[in-house]
Write a protein that binds this ligand. Structure first.
Ligand code: ADP
Length: 562
């Protein structure tokens, strides 16, 4: 029997690891390198996008500033505007065309006209006509823009614009002087010209437009210096005096990382998942194949054991028949011999008669021997006649080894005894069980002796090991007898339990020891198996454990269950 503590790796397990290990390493190396390359290119994409977002946002803002300048400039040249605003105030026209029209069409939130006396002529602030003074609305900085726009030549008017902060809101204001087509007299004096003012709030929808147009996130306005966070970019917004009024901020775009995000989450997880599943699948297939093979082997073993035990059961039945058939005539022979001998003794017979009498004595002796053999066969045929009790098998083994030890010592054979302490109880006749143990030990002793005698340069230790182990989980008690003799030859291993099978010299073996032991063990509902360990033979008895070792009184005195 091979050593059970170090099970050799199965063929399937070796194949599995040899195939899987290089595969897993290759996949990991490829996946790792790909991940590094992809990450590096994603980072450089992010850097490029962040660098280019600054001029893009700036360009968009300038475009937006230019559009407002153009609008106010175009309207200041518009004949109708001049007519309805300068020559005479047509309030309705002004409301519809300068105020509501600008608000609804161009999203302009403030528009008004300042007269040469710098009072508001018509004002449109967030859709509500207001007479509020434009200067008090935007503060003195508006004067700067008004002066700049009036300073421009009438024949070449230029709008002036800048950012304003008011009520926590940022506005871009553009101012242009209204220009008559044919100016005369005072019209040409720059400081007395009417000016048209358009203001646009930088808020919600407009910021969203910039943000979606250039793919920048979290676009916002801060009025203090923007925090120096690497992920946050900014550009300054300049007022009419040239000072910074506010900053436009946005989150640095990360197109590379964004592209990688779904890759990381889904593909990598999916790839690992698929890999793990396929490994699991291969493992399962190999495991199932191994289980099927194990199962087949176990079935074959069971079949073999079954065939063995049914053969032995048949032999047992035959033995019972033979015992019964032989007992009768044997008794008659014995009685007849006895009576004849008694008659001879009573008669005065001569030397011939003496001779016959001694022959009759030999017949009686041989009949006695035959009766004893037949008695042994009754045990093999499981002919129960003893008293069965619950007993401690370890104690029986201890007694048997104690009895045999001097014999072993005399031959220089070691006897190694290991007993479960305490041991569960089994059911049967202790004296018969002891007989089984003695049979096995004597056989082992003979085998070891044979091994020691046979080997020329003996490297054998000459040892017999007997152990009793208690397995509460399986409810079994196991008794193993191992020797380091020559073992049982493969041709004989299936026959050793047959009655009268012996390989010993005529006169030294009856061939009944193992068959009787088999009968006793199966009579206790146990099993007795023989196998070669590689070092010698092993006989294993397994007996059902009918009660645990710690049952009160069980170890002190056997319990009679009958
Ligand atoms: P006997 O001992 O009288 O021959 P057994 O029934 O006890 O009868 O044994 C039958 C045969 O089994 C033996 O003759 C021997 O060939 C074989 N045998 C039994 N025990 C061992 C053992 N420990 N090692 C090798 N062979 C064995």
């Amino acid at each position: 029997m091979s050593d059970p503590e170090v099970p050799p790796r199965s063929f399937e397990a070796r194949v599995f690891w040899r195939l899987v290990t290089p595969f897993v390493i290759a996949v990991l190396v490829i996946a790792g390198s790909a991940a590094i390359v992809v990450n590096l290119s994603a980072r450089s994409q992010d850097r490029l996008a962040a660098e280019s977002s600054q001029p893009l946002v700036r360009a968009l803002l300038s475009g937006f500033e230019r559009d407002l300048d153009r609008l106010v400039y175009d309207n200041s040249w518009w004949d109708l505007a001049v007519e309805n605003l300068v020559e005479d105030l047509n309030k309705e026209w002004a409301d519809n065309n300068i105020g509501t029209y600008a608000a609804e069409t161009f999203d302009i939130s403030e528009s008004f006209v300042l007269t040469p006396s710098d009072t508001t002529k018509i004002a449109y602030v967030q859709g509500v006509p207001s007479l509020e003074d434009a200067r008090s609305y935007f503060g003195p900085d508006l004067d700067l823009l008004v002066q700049q726009s009036r300073a421009a030549s009438m024949f070449e008017p230029v709008p002036a614009s800048g950012y304003f902060l008011r009520d926590g809101m940022l506005h871009l204001v553009s101012v242009s002087a209204l220009t008559l087509e044919n100016p005369i007299g005072a019209d040409t004096e720059r400081h007395v010209r009417h000016v048209l003012v358009y203001g646009q709030q930088l808020s919600g929808a407009l910021l969203d437009e910039i943000s979606s147009g250039f793919g920048v996130d979290d676009l916002g306005i801060v009025f203090d210096t923007p925090p120096s966070v690497p992920s946050l970019l900014s550009t300054s917004l300049i007022g009419p005096g040239g000072a910074v009024v506010a900053w436009l901020t946005w989150k640095a775009p990360r197109p590379g990382s964004d592209l990688l995000a779904p890759l990381r989450v889904w593909r990598v997880v999916a790839l690992i998942g698929v890999l793990a599943l396929s490994l699991l699948f291969v493992h399962q297939v190999l495991r199932t194949a191994r289980r099927v093979a194990d199962h087949d082997r176990q079935l074959a073993e069971k079949d073999h054991q079954l065939a063995q035990s049914s053969k032995l059961a048949l032999l047992g039945e035959m033995a019972a028949g033979v015992v019964h058939e032989l007992n009768q005539p044997l008794n008659i022979i014995r009685m007849a011999t006895e009576q004849t001998r008694m008659k001879f003794r009573a008669m005065d017979v001569g030397p011939d008669g003496q001779k016959v009498s001694s022959q009759l004595e030999i017949i009686a002796g041989q009949t006695e021997r035959m009766a004893e053999t037949i008695q042994s066969m009754r045990i093999f045929s499981r002919d129960d006649y003893g008293r069965k009790i619950a007993f401690d098998p370890a104690r029986s083994v201890a007694q048997a080894t104690e009895w045999l030890r001097p014999e072993f010592d005399e031959r220089g054979i070691s006897l190694d005894v290991r007993l479960a302490e305490p041991c569960g109880r089994v059911f049967g006749e202790p004296s018969r069980f002891e007989q089984v143990v003695i049979n096995l030990l004597i056989n082992a002793r003979d085998a070891v002796q044979r091994g020691l005698d046979d080997s020329v340069s003996s490297d054998r230790a000459g040892i017999v090991r007997i152990s009793v182990s208690d397995d509460p989980a399986r409810e079994m008690v196991t008794i193993e007898v191992r020797d380091d003799g020559p073992g049982i030859s493969p041709a004989h291993i299936d026959r050793v339990f047959e009655p009268f099978f012996t390989t010993k010299e005529p006169g030294s073996g009856t061939g009944l020891g193992l068959s009787i032991s088999y009968g006793i063990v199966t009579g206790m509902n146990g099993t007795l198996l023989a196998e070669n360990t590689g070092e010698g033979a092993e006989f294993r008895i397994e007996l059902p454990r009918i009660m645990p070792a710690d049952v009160a009184g069980a170890s002190a005195a056997p319990i009679d269950l009958e």
